[in-house]
Design a binder for this molecule. Structure first.
Ligand SMILES: Nc1nc2c(ncn2[C@@H]2O[C@H](COP(=O)(O)OP(=O)(O)OP(=O)(O)O)[C@@H](O)[C@H]2O)c(=O)[nH]1
Ligand SMILES: [Mg+2]
Length: 237
């Protein structure tokens, strides 16, 4: 794969869980750049990331997933494809990554490819199926990257933002199936009560992003129009 493919991994207190993603990403030859964004962690996330050949960026306080992805994007120089991967995946192999990246390179008309987990844990698979708008593992092509608005306000609503924007702008999106993969749920990370509270607040942030999407992106869409960029991300003039 000769195109420049970059990876952004947002991480908030993921030291005990992020070895697999970093190992898999750094040992594959799929990425020309790998950026880990430590989102104000208070554990050993930064130290762990430092053990791998990645670029480490750090927020000095927690700003949320959307801001972490935005910080990662800022650090990249004109990539052809950007992959977003959560830090807490289990069962990830280079084959999964190839499945996600291949269409981003082979089908230039696509704007975004999302991965949906199957044949892993039923509860996670069900969430991935019924709340696919929230799925975190994505590849974005140049076509979509160039019209992406600032996402740093969106926290866990960042996937809602990307999905709605692609829909509104008629950017083609493809879904690939990732078999035998899962991740740590919030309840597993923080315990049942605290984890469930964190889950509710994540869903709240997603709903909020859905609600404020239109006013938040209106100015950006107008600017794209003024710049002569059409709905599908191509220049009119
Ligand atoms: N919880 C949390 N995660 C963040 C934050 N900023 C970045 N992340 C990272 O975003 C990714 C997704 O976060 P998770 O908490 O695993 O959320 P999820 O997998 O979508 O949700 P569940 O597993 O269903 O709880 C992980 O790599 C996190 O480390 C933040 O402010 N809070
Ligand atoms: Mg998770």
């Amino acid at each position: 794969m000769s195109r420049r493919v970059s990876l952004v991994v947002p991480a908030f207190n993921e030291a005990p869980r992020m070895d697999l993603v970093l190992q898999c990403a750094t040992e594959s030859d799929l990425f020309s750049r790998i950026v880990v964004v430590d989102d104000g962690s208070t554990d050993g996330t930064a130290a762990l990331a430092g053990e791998y050949p990645v670029q480490l960026l750090q927020h000095d306080r927690n700003l949320g997933k959307g801001a972490a992805l935005q910080t990662g994007l800022h650090a990249l120089h004109d990539p052809d494809v950007v992959v977003f991967l959560d830090a807490d995946l289990t069962g990830l192999t280079p084959g999964h990554l190839e499945l996600l990246i291949e269409p981003a390179i082979a089908e230039p008309k696509l704007g975004m490819i999302t991965a949906r987990f199957i044949e892993g844990r039923w509860i996670v698979d069900a969430q991935q199926r019924w709340f696919a708008i929230l799925n975190g593992q994505r590849a974005l092509t140049r076509r979509f990257l160039r019209i992406l608005p600032d996402m740093s306000w969106s926290r866990f609503g960042v996937e809602v933002l990307m999905t709605r924007l692609a829909r509104e702008l008629d950017i083609p999106v493809k879904s690939v199936l990732w078999s035998g993969i899962s991740h740590y749920t919030k309840e597993e990370k923080y315990g049942v009560l605290r984890g469930f509270g964190a889950r509710l607040s994540m869903y709240w942030e997603c709903l909020l992003a859905y609600g404020v999407y239109a006013p938040r992106v209106a100015g950006h869409l107008k600017a794209l129009e003024d710049a002569g960029i059409t709905k599908d991300g191509t220049l009119q003039r």
